[in-house]
Design a protein around this ligand. Structure first.
Ligand code: NOJ
Length: 674
């Protein structure tokens, strides 16, 4: 059901003060949990405040812009007009973690105009949901503001306290690939969003953005204490301005998700709701899938991307992976190193990558035909080394070639060591954002799904372009294979669902079974094997890789069954419990089958969780296959110890889950067919 109404100046006036003090406009979410106040200060500067369950969470936070060669767009405003409206609609995701999503908000639009001089106009729109706030700037068409060059966006997030925060640094060498820091918000430096906060009163916040396009990425600058400010990623090394727009135009939405339990941040769909509906029409060709690939063997040093004796992407090896995929019900086979450009220090020579020329020992035509005959498809790989210009020159041909060979998905990559890309353009700056859009749209024309590594952050584009299926955008599994700091500590995966994953699906690439990585004495996967299984449920992605080598899966065939049976497309998601950095337990109901899958993981602390199955259909029997840590399991000393048991359960059952240090539990719950 959908209804929209609006009226001019029909807002709640909470202070008038004899006409001298600017009015404060207030708008409340449909159930009243979230409240936003908007006003102008004595200098005519716009600001907002926000409350959740009557607790102030954002105190007076200024809004506006600093412009290039023009006066700032921040002072001397008056309110020309304001409207309030309401919206309520339930929409269906073609694939996702939740099939039906309710988009229910109250909107306040305030139209401002400068009182003197240029009389420039600026609208600010607030959408207030029960699970948070989105607001954006809209620039109406006008004589004195046609082209806008933004030096800085002056938006503030003036948190009402010094909240505990989880964040990663921005504009650093490895882009988003850092371990999360937990600090008071007054100690945040320059952070990528989403940033997650918890208050002493048990309110959880996540600050991020939605529908990032034709603009630059927002970072949070905390260098001046809890008064966090937006800082835009620069455009390039030579441009002074950070973002370029023309009127009429809009910025992306600035978002504050709000919850009284950390798990409710995970099931908040506010970011998706603030994106435009699907623009691709029939997207039945975008299918959630599981894949394997020629990948882990290079990361653990058994093969190479480059040419030579150890070149992994050769025809014979690829055939073996295709056979394994077909035998075990996988849909796709990723092949990295299939093309030319990998020889030498490819990170420094992204311009050498060729996206249509195959390595001499890789027969693309024969392999795609072979894959097709076995009912699987190849997944393309385009590592760009961050050279987006080189990629753009070849993209048309490359996507045409992929379509010709039945390649239904491509993994793109933008490895670049430094804050600035090789061509002088900043990773996450506006040129980069535009590039990403071009890739998604071109891929859609060829009916290809995109999985991006070293991506720009997810801001919910999958709603508008459902072929944008997944991204990396944080330290993934690969860090366990080679990182000099010993890989991802066990708490990492208990932070991800409450931070990075709030922005969208993550291609973490779980499923490492050979945990100790022979041949790599300084590295191991810092989880138990059972926790690797649980990650298929706790980290959402519609495309899930089984990252390890076929031989390692053959060794643990009984545990491998979970990877084969776990769903990838969900009717609903329920967070059973969680504490950021300590543990999380999630249950998901598979679309179509009615089967459920549960995953629970812990940090380095052992833990016992009672997983109540009260989400199951009442009166229905299910067969639960439980993959748990062995009694002597420990991620450091005995990670490959696990037990599997099968029991009958109902909605009245509870699974007593004993998680080892760095451990986890995965459960498949199949409906008993009567
Ligand atoms: C980094 C990606 O995250 C990884 O998955 C890939 O194998 C390498 N780059 C090479 O492209």
């Amino acid at each position: 059901m959908k209804y929209v109404f609006s009226w001019i100046l029909g807002l709640v006036l909470i202070s008038a003060c004899g006409g001298m003090k600017p009015k404060t406009y207030e708008v409340k979410s449909p159930e009243g949990h979230t409240r936003v106040g908007f006003s102008l200060d004595a200098k005519g500067r716009p600001y907002y405040m926000a409350w959740f369950n009557d607790q102030l969470v954002a105190d007076t936070s200024l809004l506006g812009f600093e412009l290039n060669e023009a006066a700032p767009l921040q002072n001397d405003f008056e309110v020309l007009n304001s409207t309030e409206s309401s919206f309520d609609e339930t929409w269906e995701q073609p694939w996702g973690e939740q099939q039906f999503i309710r988009n229910h908000y109250k909107e306040l639009k305030v139209s401002l105009q400068e009182k003197q001089a240029l009389k420039r106009k600026l609208d600010i729109v607030f959408r207030v949901y029960d699970d948070g706030i989105g607001f954006r700037y809209e620039f109406p068409e006008q004589e004195n503001l046609k082209h806008i060059e933004i030096l800085e966006e002056l938006t503030e997030f003036n948190l009402a306290g010094d909240y505990t925060s989880w964040w990663i640094p921005a504009l650093e060498r490895e882009q988003y690939e850092y371990l999360f820091q937990r600090t008071p918000s007054s100690k945040i430096g320059l952070a990528h969003t989403p940033v997650t906060f918890s208050t002493e009163k048990d309110i959880y916040l996540s600050i991020h953005e939605a529908a990032l396009k034709n603009y630059s990425s927002m970072m949070l600058d905390g260098k001046e204490g809890p008064r966090l400010k937006c800082s835009l990623v620069p455009y390039s090394t030579t441009e002074k301005s950070k973002a370029f727009l023309s009127t009429p135009g809009t910025t992306p939405w600035r978002t504050i998700q709000l919850a009284d339990k950390p798990g409710d941040l995970i099931t908040s769909y506010l970011i998706l709701n603030l994106n435009e509906p699907n623009q691709l029409g029939d997207v039945s060709w975008v299918k959630p899938c599981k894949y394997i690939g020629i990948w882990w063997e290079m990361h653990i040093g058994l093969g190479t991307w480059s040419s030579g004796e150890l070149h992994s992407a050769n025809t014979a090896n690829t055939k073996k992976y295709i056979d394994f995929a077909a035998e075990n019900g996988f849909d796709g086979v990723l092949v990295e190193g299939w093309n030319t450009g990998w020889d030498g220090d490819w990170v420094k020579h992204g311009g050498d990558f060729n996206f249509t020329q195959t390595a001499p020992d890789f027969d693309l035509a024969a392999l795609s035909a072979y894959a097709k005959s076995k009912g699987v498809y190849l997944i393309g790989h385009h590592e760009t080394g961050g050279n987006i210009d080189n990629y753009e020159r070849q993209m048309q041909d490359a996507y045409q070639q992929m379509e010709k060979y039945g390649i239904k998905a491509v993994k793109t990559g933008y490895v670049e060591h430094g804050s600035i890309l090789s061509n002088g353009k900043y990773h996450h700056g506006q040129a980069y954002i535009d590039h990403f859009r071009k890739v998604i749209q071109l891929a859609a024309q060829h009916k290809i799904a995109v999985v991006a590594h070293e991506p720009i952050k997810d801001t919910g584009e999958r709603r508008t372009f459902p072929n944008m299926v997944s991204r990396e955008g944080a330290r993934g599994q690969e860090y366990n294979a080679w990182s000099a700091d010993g890989g991802n500590p066990p708490e990492h995966e208990t932070i991800l669902p409450f931070t990075r994953c709030l922005s969208g699906p993550m291609d973490f690439t779980p499923g490492a079974f050979d945990i100790t990585i022979p041949g790599k004495p300084d590295n191991q996967v810092n989880t138990t094997l059972a926790k690797q299984l649980a990650l298929y449920v706790t980290i959402y992605s519609p495309v899930q890789m089984a990252c390890d080598l076929p031989a390692h899966y053959e060794k643990y065939a009984d545990a491998f069954s979970f990877i084969k049976e776990v769903g990838v497309d969900w009717e609903t998601t329920k967070v059973l419990g969680g504490k950021i950095g300590e543990f999380v337990s999630i249950a998901r109901k598979e679309k179509g089958s009615g089967d459920w899958f549960v995953g629970a993981i812990t940090n380095e602390q052992p833990r016992t969780l009672d997983l109540k199955l009260d989400f199951l259909d009442a009166g229905q029997s299910y067969t639960a296959k439980i993959y748990r840590d062995g009694k002597d399991a420990d991620y450091k000393t005995n990670p490959e110890s696990y037990e599997i048991e099968t029991v009958t359960v109902t909605s009245k059952s509870t699974i007593n889950a004993k998680l080892a240090p760095g451990g986890g539990i995965a459960v498949s719950i199949f409906k008993v067919k009567s």
